[in-house]
Design a protein around this ligand. Structure first.
Ligand SMILES: NC(=O)c1ccc[n+]([C@@H]2O[C@H](COP(=O)([O-])OP(=O)(O)OC[C@H]3O[C@@H](n4cnc5c(N)ncnc54)[C@H](O)[C@@H]3O)[C@@H](O)[C@H]2O)c1
Length: 288
């Protein structure tokens, strides 16, 4: 397959990431199907995308016509077969659980045409852990977007030892056509580049908070006002979701067995209380 042959993209999982990735693809002129096992998640994605696009129209960032045409290219379904039976490229953005991703990739391998590339948006799991679930490991890679995908520019493409050069090249070329800035990593490492650096910052921020050196607000202010970060670490965890942060740390701990990789008790307590950040109205900050 050549990049010019790529017409249809399927995004699997319509949560925080999948919904916006699907919109990014539709805005770039691709036919897109967004699939989720939960009908409610698709309905929520549709409503959120409508409101996000309306805001851009009001601000003059996009025209009504561009948005209308993008929505006309975007369809929603709970049926995986319908979503991928004629697709050229799949971007998986489902829950961050290795066994569930493996099950899904085995199904995708059965249902998608033989030429189709299967990419995972996982934040931590390298595709060599998923590719053996398929009979097309050379067409499996990581394509990692950042939250919010409609805004954030970087995409990390990771070419595992099983990934063909053609797959890596098409995924890089597609990222550029989506108006993103991609980097190609040719060595796998869990968490890739940006989040590994961010992880170190998060650890230090949580250490400072737990030891009562500073409040979450003060630590966020230090990062935004002294280091010029656009958002502080605690505001960022609230945006990403404390549950996502928790799952990422548990996956890392499962792999390393290192207690230091476990989520901090501060995060565990908040997750247990259902304080998951913006999506529940309460995280390190309260939201209306
Ligand atoms: N949240 C972030 O900041 C962020 C950033 C980059 C990458 N990621 C990665 O993106 C992926 C999704 O994260 P998210 O934050 O959008 O999660 P989310 O919880 O918001 O959404 C996940 C969606 O996947 C659906 N789902 C679960 N199993 C499914 C299946 N078998 N088939 C179809 N749909 C299924 C759920 O119903 C849900 O709607 C994860 O791998 C995560 O590591 C997340």
């Amino acid at each position: 397959m050549k990049i010019d042959d790529l017409r249809k993209i399927s995004v699997i999982g319509s949560g925080a990431m999948g919904s916006q990735i699907a919109m990014v693809c539709a805005l770039s002129g691709y036919q897109v199907t967004l699939q989720d096992i939960q009908f409610e998640s698709l309905e929520k994605a549709k409503a959120l995308l409508n409101s996000q696009m309306n805001k851009r129209i009001v601000k003059g960032k996009l025209t009504e016509q561009v948005v209308e045409e993008a929505f006309a290219r975007l369809s929603f379904t709970t049926d995986l077969k319908e979503a991928v039976s004629d697709t050229d490229f799949v971007i998986e953005a489902i829950v961050e659980k290795l066994d569930i991703k493996r099950q899904l990739f085995a199904q995708l391998d059965q249902l998608a045409p033989p030429h189709t590339i299967l990419a995972t948006n996982s934040s931590t799991i390298v595709s060599s852990e998923i590719a053996p679930a398929t009979n097309r490991p050379e067409k499996v890679c990581n394509m990692h977007f950042f939250n919010p995908a409609l805004v954030m520019d970087l995409v990390e493409v990771v070419q595992g030892p099983h990934t063909s050069d053609e797959t890596a090249e098409i995924t890089m070329a597609l990222s550029k056509r989506l108006n993103k800035t991609p980097i190609l990593l040719q060595k796998e490492i869990s968490g890739f580049v940006a989040n590994r650096i961010l992880g170190k910052i998060m650890n230090e921020a949580i250490y400072l908070l737990e030891n009562e050196i500073a409040t979450a607000e003060e630590i966020d202010l230090a990062c935004t006002k002294a280091l010029n970060h656009p958002i502080g670490p605690f505001a960022l965890i609230d945006l990403t979701g404390l549950d996502v942060h928790y799952n990422v740390r548990m996956e890392r701990y499962a792999k390393s067995g290192d207690e230091a990789d476990k989520p901090s008790s501060l995060i565990v307590e908040k997750v247990e209380r259902g304080e998951l950040g913006r999506k529940t109205g309460q995280g390190f900050y309260a939201y209306n």
